[in-house]
Design a protein around this ligand. Sequence first.
Ligand code: PMP
Length: 354
Amino acid sequence: MSTWRDNLRTIEPYVPGEQPNLPDMVKLNTNENPYPPSPKVVETLKNFDCDSLRLYPDPNSQVLADALAKCYGLQSDQVFLGVGSDDVLAIAFMTFFNSKKPILFPDITYSFYDVWAELFQIPYERPALDDHFDLIPEDYYKENGGVVIANPNAPTGVLQSLDFLRDVIEHNRDVVVIIDEAYADFSGSSALELTKEYDNVLIVQTYSKSRSLAGMRIGYAIGNPELIRAMNDVRYSYNSYPMTRLSVALGAAALEDEAYFRETVAKVIETREWTKKELKRLGFSFRDSQTNFIFATHESVPAQTIFDVLREKHIFVRHFGQKRIENYLRISIGTQAEMERFIRETEQIIAQNR
Ligand code: PMP
């Protein structure tokens, strides 16, 4: 006997990268930031009023909503907060995608999108990326129940232009278009300004990558107050206190240190550019990544071999094994020293397996 809902018996859960804990490991498999959170965050944590944890948090997480609004020049009612952007995206799916028409997102993108669609029984279609891993605009002109675009896309790392996004939004004025900007801070481009022009656009961002706070689980959406109100109504219908007191305090503290944020993002980008050159030298090819990872394939050595041997050496990268990208590895950008070790080991693997 199964007590599961019928459509969930065969659901394929999204399996994130491993979270091993070895003293000498180089962890390049889940796109975390290799640098610690800002000293302001550390100071706030040290001075945190632990007695306050007896009490439930503010259900509106107002301090953090206000801090984010100030940071982006918005009103607080344009900001929705969640427990990581996964939570924010899942609530957006629940709130906006209930139509009988399929929602659209590309086949290859963040693999949680199909999991949520299955979970919430939302029909979906996945137009294929072109041969260069770009989205094809016309694929998003057909009638649909909503559109989701990760920009830059994951795991490909490819950035679509603002003109591309504008074009897709113009063709989809009567549904919600979600733009998942988990990696946008590493690309120098964001579609945030489009929320001023279009009331059907929801931008989703996270503290997990550029703000070095994956462990706190803080994500947010920015959009028209009507979209935000709808999401809050859904959210409070099942979880009245989404953000902890600690995540609110640390999230607000991180925003106070813009200089640190810029500095760590610049360091990751510098190391990314160095790693690209080294990977090219070793015979890898890839689209020009605009994220904190590189999605690369080698001209002669299979991705699985490189993945396995690196793993034995406690260097963790990501291999998806999915059709069309089975020969690719997604390599997060670590510190310069970590990437040097990764390149040294990879060079040896290639020399031994050519
Ligand atoms: N969107 C994309 C495209 C991602 O790669 C990730 C990270 N796995 C997320 C959203 C979720 O990130 P988080 O829940 O840590 O904010």
